[in-house]
Design a protein around this ligand. Structure first.
Ligand SMILES: C[S@@+](CC[C@H](N)C(=O)[O-])C[C@H]1O[C@@H](n2cnc3c(N)ncnc32)[C@H](O)[C@@H]1O
Length: 201
């Protein structure tokens, strides 16, 4: 699709995407990755959290929008995924100080991060955990900071009211609750698999 390929990926991103396919870990699609890079650049995001490192595809998009002294804190329960992500960060020539990779379950790690200290939080891990990760993200964001939730359309199932399986319902409810949450200004972009955005008031 034209929009998904509008900003092409370089070899480092394509290799990280290949490793994601090898490990069976779905990576963010390029259109949503490009949108994240825009957000990170627009916010001059120096402190970013990613929930669900995978092999580092979204991490690279974020880091490329962040200023040169920005630090990405990225969490994943799978050590093998984070190992692949670290290889991608090295290939991209990123200084080790630019990334803080934390192994562990998001529900254990997120509560240890500081309130109101982050410019941007990307939620992209197990969808069952989305309601909890979104709540944690709203705690972590500074006013004016942005929450991004990847997979918000869940393969277009969220938009189809006839789809009532558990995961689709969880993701749909996350969107509904952010839409009526006075703490944020929301929008749902159709890029990638759906990128739900919410600016923290
Ligand atoms: C969709 S992939 C992330 C893709 C990545 N953001 C990218 O675009 O390259 C989801 C990741 O979440 C991780 N994950 C699953 N459950 C988790 C949990 N409870 N806590 C932390 N990470 C988890 C998986 O190991 C997997 O690497």
């Amino acid at each position: 699709m034209y929009c998904e390929e509008f900003v092409p990926e370089d070899d480092v991103l394509l290799r990280a995407r290949d490793r994601a396919a090898e490990l069976g870990c779905p990576a963010i699609r390029p259109g949503a990755g490009a949108a994240l890079r825009v957000l990170a650049a627009a916010l001059s995001a120096r402190s970013v959290v990613e929930v669900g490192t995978g092999t580092g595809v979204a991490s690279l998009w974020l880091l490329r929008g962040m200023p040169a002294d920005g630090v990405l804190t990225t969490i994943d329960v799978e050590v093998e995924h984070q190992r692949a992500a670290k290889a991608a960060f090295a290939e991209a020539g990123l200084a080790p100080t630019r990334t803080r990779t934390i192994p562990g379950r998001a529900s254990d790690v997120l509560p240890r991060l500081t309130d109101g200290a982050y410019d941007l939080v990307l939620v992209a891990a197990d969808k069952h955990g989305y309601p909890e990760y979104v709540e944690q993200a709203l705690r972590l964001l500074r006013p004016g900071g942005v929450l991004a939730v990847d997979g918000a359309l869940h393969h277009d199932r969220v938009a189809d009211p006839a789809r009532r399986d558990e995961l689709t319902t969880v993701v749909r409810e996350v969107g509904r609750s952010l839409r009526t949450d006075d703490r944020v200004v929301p929008a749902l972009l159709p890029s990638g698999d759906g990128l739900l955005l919410a600016v923290r008031r």
